[in-house]
Design a protein around this ligand. Structure first.
Ligand SMILES: Cc1cc2nc3c(=O)[nH]c(=O)nc-3n(C[C@H](O)[C@H](O)[C@H](O)COP(=O)(O)O)c2cc1C
Length: 328
């Protein structure tokens, strides 16, 4: 079934997002190598960086920083930033202009303990959120997006007024992860609650959380009425998930996916291409932890790569595993 109602691009003044499918910001995972792999497999219409500290961004060297490395193919591209009390967001925004940002995403949903200390992500108070968005808005004409969760507790009034506030302050696009701040990933995602946001604001809403298959994508769009979808862990398990969704829900013609082994080794090549040698193995291990889910005996792949001391050794372990595995 092709979903006509949701089949329009998301249009933000300077950029058009189609298919309206985004690769989520994920520390250690959604770097240039995974983004390029997703570009090659097709189907994603929007890319985000891993979250970047407003304090560190202005001095981060893009020539060597694994967080800033990016190719023009990874486009449209929104850099995700997090800020907190005492930090000035303007120099970070100015820096993002020099990096050809196509949008700026403010992380307002992350509950990680590291952000608690900084008063960032889901720990940012409303007053500071307003100040920060105003400063970003005054420093850029680029689209501003915000990524949120459903709130501290399930409270429709609070959620709706928070989202209206974000919209009225100049946020152009909202991504909603359908869980509360304190909820772990094992908790069920509330796609219908994302619908409450969609019904309230006039800016486009992207739904996020728990999308691992085309069936999930279809149900999430149905339950939320969102304008687009964001996929996180599902994209590390199946980097071709965007292509599958784009084909089935948006009628986009794309090539069939290569074999699982080919995709894995292409990822290794991209890591080698994009990162200095000491930056590759950790990222391969993190990716393999998810990719291994494609295989009945994937834990052998994950633990083998986990114990490897070099990317070459990891490749040999993976090669032997793929030879024996039934999954193609
Ligand atoms: C390893 C990892 C790192 C993440 N890093 C970020 C991040 O930098 N910024 C952010 O807004 N969310 C981050 N998230 C949350 C994801 O963007 C996404 O909201 C979450 O994984 C739910 O979507 P999913 O079910 O499709 O994975 C991270 C999630 C994971 C698993």
């Amino acid at each position: 079934m092709i979903i006509k109602a949701n089949g329009d691009p998301i249009s933000l003044n300077s950029c058009s997002i189609f298919p309206p499918l985004a690769l989520a910001p994920m520390v250690g995972l959604s770097h240039s190598a995974l983004r390029l792999l997703v570009v090659e497999l097709g189907g994603a219409g929007l890319f985000f960086s891993e979250m970047l500290s407003v304090g560190k961004l202005p001095t981060e060297n893009e020539k060597i920083s694994p967080f800033l490395t990016r190719t023009p193919a990874e486009s449209p591209f929104f850099y995700q930033i997090f800020s907190g009390p005492g930090l000035d967001v303007v120099p970070a925004v100015e820096r993002l202009h020099t990096l050809n940002a196509q949008g700026i995403d403010l992380n307002l949903g992350c509950p990680a303990p590291a952000l608690r200390k900084l008063g960032a992500g889901s720990f940012m108070g409303d007053k500071l959120i307003v100040e920060t968005i105003r400063k970003i808005r005054s420093a850029t004409t680029l689209p501003i997006s915000a990524k949120i969760r459903l709130g501290k507790t399930l409270d429709e009034k609070v959620l709706v007024s928070f989202c209206k506030m974000l919209e009225s302050e100049g946020v152009d696009l909202l991504t909603v992860h359908g869980r509360l701040h304190g909820e772990k990933f094992c908790r069920k995602v509330r796609w219908d609650w994302i619908g409450k946001v969609k019904n309230t604001v006039t800016i486009p809403v992207i739904a996020n959380g728990g999308i691992f298959t085309v069936t999930d994508a279809r149900k999430c769009l149905h339950d939320s009425g969102a304008d687009g979808l964001m996929v996180g862990r599902g994209a590390a398990i199946r980097p071709w998930i965007f292509a599958d969704i784009a084909r089935e829900l948006y009628g986009v013609e794309l090539a069939e996916r290569p074999s699982l082994a080919k995709i894995y080794f292409r990822f290794v090549e991209l890591l080698e291409d994009r990162f200095q040698s000491e930056r590759r193995l950790g990222r391969l291990k993190q990716f393999t932890h998810y990719y291994a889910e494609n295989f009945a005996f994937g834990h052998h792949l994950a633990s083998g790569v986990q114990n490897a001391n070099s990317i070459k050794e990891a490749g040999e372990i993976a090669g032997k595993f793929f030879e024996k595995s039934d999954e193609q």
